[in-house]
Design a protein around this ligand. Sequence first.
Ligand code: ATP
Ligand code: MG
Length: 390
Amino acid sequence: MNEIILLKLGELVLKGLNRKNFESRLLGNIHRRLRPLGKFKVYSRQSTVYVEPQDGEARLDEAYESMKAVFGVVGVSRAFPCEKTASAIAETALRCLEGELNRARTFKVESKRADKSFPMTSIQLSQYVGGRLHEAHPNLAVDVKNPELLVNVEVRDYAAYVHAGAEPGAGGLPVGVNGSAVTLLSGGIDSPVASFMIAKRGVELVPLHFFSYPYTSPQAKEKVLTLAQKLTRYCGRMTVHVVPFTKIQEEIRKNCPEDLFTLEMRRFMMRIAQKVAEENGAGAIVTGESLGQVASQTMAAIAVTGAVCSLPILRPVVGMDKEEIVSVARRIGTFETSILPYEDCCTVFTPRHPQTRPVLFEVEEAESVLPVEDLVREAVELIERVVVKP
Ligand code: ATP
Ligand code: MG
């Protein structure tokens, strides 16, 4: 029997009646992720998903890496199936974990029996396998508290499995179980992290980017597409919506007081996001705002910006320090792209003294000279859609 991948499921195990729905979502997401890597059989039993290569062409190493980024999975291990007898289990451990057994100085065997008809208790099985491993590797000492190598044995319905411990999975909930949301994706550090955090809670993302050509360069747009592409490792395939934003920004500059430029611009972003959300059946809007980080992220500014939307606005990094956001960005692999030096549309017409304590009726009055509805409609009609895949 050949090496397989075992996935431990997280929170979704707890979800009672919704469990079936969660599980089928997760299996669908896993299938899509594995499709480009060859033929795999995927099925779930007892809170574990089994990923079995079907031929020699299936790329197991890549599949293993890819499974670590699937939301809904808390642990990933490479396991060796064998016959359900104590001696077959010990021989499989000796053969398949030879490298690990040679490297380690201390070890412990831990057994679990999902199949209660197995003739030994878990403790007896661990003792037997431990004894055989020690016999073959006399230098290897048993350490039950802090072993360098933990040999896991699982006796399940159809086979027994031996593996050397699981690596952490991505956690969270399967993408799609919590509906979808439009995420405002700039080229900065914060919005990819915010997007990741909401996707992790089981939300399918529709990324929206505001592009101000020629004030911002084609590289700025490429950068955002690269960021979205990096997120697909976790979120799966997405359609990035690129909104032409130049005209709106120019109208604001021509007609509104300078200290309100950024706020007026952000209100247009939110109106457009709301429209795109409605078109896509999305239930929320996600931003990378962090309280007090810049003038447009004071509490009063956030209130004025959000006032144009009726959908909930999710701001998962609102209470995080920049350093905390950066550490997530590094971990998920978006940081290096985010710090590339291409300007964002927010920096194009930055006021010298932005209003940090805006008053809603003044902001509304300032924009009342603009054909708001027409500008929004036109921008939405001109959206360019770009599909990004893992
Ligand atoms: P980020 O690092 O995500 O760019 P930031 O600290 O630069 O955030 P702002 O530029 O004020 O903050 O933007 C706040 C949020 O507004 C961003 O996190 C993002 O969600 C959204 N946003 C800003 N600019 C754009 C843009 N050009 N396209 C889409 N969304 C944007
Ligand atoms: Mg920004």
